[in-house]
Each structure stands twice: as structure tokens, then as C-alpha cells.
Design a protein around this ligand. Sequence first.
Ligand code: NPW
Ligand code: K
Length: 468
Amino acid sequence: MIPPGVPVVSAAAMVAAEQAVFAAGASQIELMERAGTAVAREALRFANQRPVLVLAGPGNNGGDGYVAARLLEEAGLDVTVATMGDAKAGAAAHMRSRWEGRTVALEDAAPRAFLVDGLLGIGKARPFTPDLGDRLRTLVEGAQFVLSIDIPSGFDTDSGDDLGSPVTADRTVALGALKPVHCIGDGLAGCGAVMLADIGIPVESAWHSLARPALARPSARANKYSRGLVVVIEGEMPGAARLSACAAASGAGYVILAGDTASDGQPHAIVRRRVTTPETMTELLDDSRIGAVVVGPGLGRGQNARRMLDLALSSSHALILDGDALSLLGTDAGARLSDRRAPKVLTPHSGEFDRMFGPGGGSKIERTIAGAKESGAHIIHKGGDTVIAAPSGEVILGANGSPWLSTAGTGDVLAGTLATQLAGGALSHLEACEAAVWLHGRAAQLCGPAFHADDLIANLPRAIAECL
Ligand SMILES: NC(=O)C1=CN([C@@H]2O[C@H](COP(=O)(O)OP(=O)(O)OC[C@H]3O[C@@H](n4cnc5c(N)ncnc54)[C@H](OP(=O)(O)O)[C@@H]3O)[C@@H](O)[C@H]2O)[C@@H](O)CC1
Ligand SMILES: [K+]
């Protein structure tokens, strides 16, 4: 769980924002006092008179820890500080000197019920030595509650990678702004629930956490075309396209399922069109009322699939490219899509993303931005830590889903949900992506455990109702 709709910044951008506050006259000591106060406030909500162990590292994260220790002791709690290394000169050393309570070296510390983790923050973290790692594991496992200051110690701020840290927090108090580690990678599990503390540092960013969309009810003048005409192209595995079409039918005015389906079926509201040749596909797409086309779910990778994809790409409609369409594009994705002027959204999982844009080169956020810039497409890079990137470099980080989403067909449902939001025309492309990811995640939460993709579709109207 992360706070919705707030800026997310890299470690370097956070430091720059802090520097701007110092340049405007605030002192580092003042800022650290505010940070430690925010941590102590959260700790007091959960400590419930239990003995507290504050871990204080050598940097400013440790400085925040000393402030929190002082305030918790003043509030009447039984507090011990375990130190790792000497506090660095400046505010951290100042806060260390103001702590007069019980202090032990980290190596000698014994577990206590309430653990406040101020070992390492957004400075460049190195893996813990084996001895320290073992001691830390004992302290974490011996605690009933772990509260991390800013980030869980031993995680990389920008990639969210766990550097072999034994810390798993129940809660993390993010100071000033969210960082990538709160939203992506191993950090999602390592942070626990994330609280955001405003410590008076103005932060602006092109990256934000996912927020619930504001969706409009249909106007009194609405008709099936004004609410969006969605076309879903069927292929070798028709069930996938049908899931997309059914999801699109939650909100779109008109949905056409185009393919080799001789029989019609449920729901009857979805119009079946027999489209098996380039001629019938061209005829279908020659309709300016179409708001969005979904191509890829269950499409197949044979010659016919390739032909259908090419025709969809050469149309002027907004395209959602998913599943087999992404595999067919492969390493040509950037070159082929950047020439296409009409809107396009790619919805790869990590395997499909790597096949198109390569596996290396930075964090999931940086790689998704690079893919969006290269292809000129919006990209929804799926996973437990979905990253949405626009070619402009804007990013939405969405972790509102459910681990139960990891089942076949849920991606097809996302593609259809997205088509509806794009075809409606009321939202920008980035907003449509954000709305689709939010609705999809919320529908999954409403399903509870052990659902299948059809259940997800059944819950989309309830998720939409929460956005009106
Ligand atoms: N800027 C501000 O005014 C404010 C900042 N705030 C707070 O400051 C935090 C950032 O502080 P920071 O930049 O001092 O970095 P932080 O992560 O605490 O320490 C880095 C140190 O750890 C050391 N180290 C690394 N790995 C290690 C290991 N395995 N084992 C042992 N040592 C290891 C590393 O040593 P080195 O690698 O350089 O030898 C370096 O000395 C931020 O998250 C927030 O909590 C708030 O108070 C608001 C005001
Ligand atoms: K920490």
C-alpha cells in the first residue's frame, strides 16, 4: 500500500530538493528535527508501550533515528539506541550528541519488541557485512513490529533492489516524498505499508504514484458511439480476445469482436464480425467511428496474425498492442512504432518488454521511459509493480493490484479496460492508462483471493462506481 497521487523522486532529485530548502534558509538540523518528529509520531501510533530499539547508522538516516529516540523517550517509552559506526559530522553528529539515553553497539544489541530502523537511508547503500547482516536478522526477527525510517535499510533507493538486507518493515515513513523503492522491485515487500511525512520540502516530479481516476457519468446526450466504439481482433486463441471484449463492454458504448468466430455467444451485447482475410479486416477498420482497437490477445504468431497486425498498425486508430502483437513486433518495436503517428499503447509483462527493448540498462522506471521514448508509445509495463510511462517521460507507478492477478487472462482484461478508457475520448492517453490500471487493480481487490479473469470483469462495474 502506497499513498496515491503523490510525487515520486529519485535519491538525487530528493537531495536536490533538500538543497533548495537549505539555500532558502532552512537549517539541516531543523529539517532533521522535523524528520525525526514525523518518525516518532508514527512510532507512537504503533508502539503501545512496548520496549523500543532504535538502530542508528552513520548518516543522516541515523540522525533521524536519534531524534526519534529522544522524542520517544520523552514520551515515556523505554528506548535503547544501537549504533552502527560513528555519526557523520553535521546534523547527524549534533543529534547523536543530544541523545543521552541507553546506547549499545549494533553488534551487542539484543532484540526488543518495537524496532525503529534508522541504519541506512537514501545515501548510497552497500551490502551489510555477514556479521552485521546476521545480527540485524536476529533483531528484525526478534521484533514484533519494524518501522523503517525513509526506506528499509539495505535497499537501493532508485531500483528498489534488495542488496541482501534482512530488513522487512511493517511500516515505512517516507520522508518528504516517495522514492522508487517504495513503489517498485523488492522494495514493495520490504517497505510494508508506506506512510508519507511532509517535512516541508517542496517536491515536483514528472513521476507520481497511481491515483483513483475521476470518471464521468454518460451525459444525457450520450449514445453508443459517443461512449466509444472498441474493436477487438480475435486470433488463434479466441478466449483471450473475448476476455478483452467483455472487459471493454464494461463502459464502452459498442464492442465489436472481429475474427473467425462462426457462432455468436454470451454476452449478446458484443457484436461478432467475421474477419478472416486482409480485405474484411481493411473493410472493418475503415470506420472513423472506431475509438480504439485491441490487437494481440491470443492473436497467434503465424503468417495470418502478422498480416492482421500489419493492417492494424497501418490504420489511423488508437491501438492497444498486447500479448502476441508484442512478440511479433519483437526487437523491431521501437523502429516500427515510432513511425506510426496514431496513438499506441503497449501493455507488456517483463518478458515481453525485454524481448522488445532488451533486458538491461537501469531501473524498471528508467527502462520503461526509454522504451516509451524509443517507440513513441505509452507503455504499461505490467507486474506487481506496474510502471506506466509516456514518451514525454511522465510516469505513473501503480502498486494497487493484488498478487492474485498473476493468473492467465488478467492481462487481456486490462487491454480491454484500457480500450474503453481510450475510446471514450474524455481522458488523455496517460490518464486512460492510469484509469485502466487503477480499475483493474481495484476489481482484483474486490474479487478477493483465488479468482479467475472472468471474475475480474464482473467486478469492473463496482470499481467504476467508486470513480464517479
Ligand atoms: N539531507 C538532509 O538534510 C536530510 C536527510 N534526511 C535523512 O537522511 C537520509 C540520507 O542521509 P545520508 O545521505 O547521510 O545517507 P544514509 O543512507 O543515512 O547513510 C549513508 C552512510 O551509510 C554508510 N553505509 C552505506 N552502506 C553501509 C553498510 N552496508 N555498512 C555500513 N555503512 C554503510 C555510508 O558509508 P560509505 O559507503 O560512504 O562509506 C554513508 O556514510 C535520508 O534517507 C533521510 O532519512 C532527513 O533527515 C531530512 C534531512
Ligand atoms: K532506514
